[in-house]
Design a protein around this ligand. Structure first.
Ligand code: ARG
Length: 464
């Protein structure tokens, strides 16, 4: 295998070393960023009179033809140690000596640092866009379900009545924070390492502000050792991704339960469900299970990245080549999971009647009964105790609270009047919970509007 680092060595490297050392099979996906970085570097070298304009023209044409051939499938990326070596070798093969000048005032450590940042920035933008679509999907569904009553759970026990819209807005707020986490990490990583050299800069009169502008970074990173050593942005993006996956996973777990015969709250579209090889009746929520499963995989990738970096003295160490497979897998998994989640949600059917039926059982209006007595003057603690006794009484008779007649109510308190039935009605229970953040339809509409306003601001931001 041809190497960039001949001269010092009198022997060919062992083939086993070549195999261990090779990163081209996985870093070949950085070809576009590598060429983009080289184009900016070459342009800067010519502006600074480090190479001639004639050389620049040849380098530019050569790099563009390589990019084109790779994209058309005419150039197979093989026969080199890594993507940086491959592009340079191919360039020199095509244009001769000017190709050998491209690496002036630059190191592969420089290249891998800038390539991976460019790649990460693009992927973060894709993830943010997808999170935006997911929030949009939740808002749209929520608007149709502000009065779709269902049981809210704690400890997976029916607790108090909520609406489907209220639940969707809970997830909407989580995804909003996820979006912000990616935005923050993006802002911090928006610094350009190119020009750091191997670790100690260069003696050539380079212009890092020029390459920074060319490559669309906010500013050049301020220290060359840090520039080639820093991968902590991968940890930040990996952490934001892990939290996002945890949210997706919780939502998936919820939907797996809701799709079960026992809950019957929803059904996934056939296009997003799978069957069983032996049980003809089965319709399985595999997509949800896969996203839940892949959450563990993303955590694993993050741990790989953390562990890879913890023992490294400055600056570049070859261990850092091990970041790529884990990091690519992490980004791919997050993007794929979001891409499937959105249409799965858009095409799902929700069974309002079953949700309502479930909300009628389980005494989820018991708090409302206690609140009724409290409003009529009884201290809440006493009202709580009496309601508990009423629930026990109703359970023994296999009745709900609403099924008790007024005489039965009076056995527990003379404060009960005919209007108790209205107070225990689930619509009333939800509508009255209009405290800020609560499930009342008007309050949830406000929550939806808030998220829609955020989505609009993102759109405005993107179109600038
Ligand atoms: N392929 C390497 C990586 O992915 C970059 C090359 C830098 N290598 C070096 N030996 N200085 O990290």
């Amino acid at each position: 295998m041809a190497k960039l680092w001949t001269g010092r060595f009198s022997k060919e490297t062992d083939v086993l070393l070549d195999q261990l050392n090779a990163s081209l099979p996985f870093d070949s996906r950085l070809y576009a960023q590598d060429i983009q970085g080289s184009l900016a570097h070459a342009k800067m070298l010519a502006r600074q009179k480090i190479i001639s304009n004639d050389d620049l023209l040849k380098i530019e044409n050569g790099l563009k033809s390589i990019l084109n051939d790779i994209e058309q499938g005419k150039l197979v990326m093989e026969g080199a140690e890594d993507i940086h070596s491959f592009v340079e070798q191919e360039l020199t093969r095509r244009i001769g000596d000017p190709g050998k000048k491209l690496h002036t005032a630059r190191s592969r450590n420089d290249q891998v640092a800038v390539d991976l940042r460019l790649y990460t920035k693009e992927n973060v933008k894709i993830i943010q866009k997808l999170i935006g679509s997911l929030i949009q999907t939740l808002c749209e569904s929520a608007k149709m379900h502000t009065e779709t009553i269902m049981p809210g759970y704690t400890h997976l026990q029916r607790a108090q009545p909520v609406t489907l819209a209220h639940v969707w807005m809970a997830y909407g707020n989580m995804f909003h924070r996820d979006y912000k986490r990616f935005e923050n990490a993006y802002d911090r990583m928006n610094e350009m390492p190119l020009g750091s050299g191997a670790l100690a800069g260069t003696t050539y009169p380079i212009d890092r502000y020029f390459t920074c502008r060319e490559l669309g970074f906010e500013k050049p990173c301020d220290n060359s050792i840090d520039g080639v050593s820093d991968r902590d942005y991968c940890l930040e993006i990996g952490s934001a991704s892990s939290i996002l996956m945890m949210h997706l996973s919780r939502m998936c777990e919820e939907m797996i339960l809701w799709c079960s015969f026992e809950f019957g709250f929803m059904e996934l579209d056939d296009a997003f469900s799978t069957g069983s090889s032996i049980m003809p009746q089965k319709k399985n929520p595999d997509v949800c299970e896969l996203i839940r499963g892949k959450t563990g995989r993303v955590y694993g990738d993050l741990l790989t990245l953390f562990t890879m970096q913890k023992g490294l003295c400055l600056a570049y160490n070859k261990d850092m080549q091990e970041d790529k497979e884990a990091f690519f897998d992490l980004l791919d998994t997050v993007i794929h999971s979001l891409q499937v989640m959105i249409p799965m949600l858009q095409t799902a059917k929700f069974y309002k009647e079953n949700m309502h039926q479930a909300a009628l059982g389980g005494y989820i209006n018991a708090t409302d009964c206690a609140d009724y007595l409290t409003r009529k003057g009884m201290p809440f603690r006493d009202a709580y105790k009496i309601t508990g006794e009423m629930v026990s009484y109703a359970i023994d008779r296999k009745k709900s609270l609403n099924d008790l007649d007024l005489d039965e109510f009076h056995r527990f308190s003379s404060l009960f009047e005919e209007d108790i039935y209205q107070a225990l009605d689930l619509i009333t229970c939800v509508t009255k919970r209009n405290s800020l953040g609560g499930p009342s339809p008007d309050e949830v509409k406000r929550q939806i509007q808030n998220l829609e306003l955020f989505l609009k601001e993102c759109e405005i931001h993107e179109s600038i």
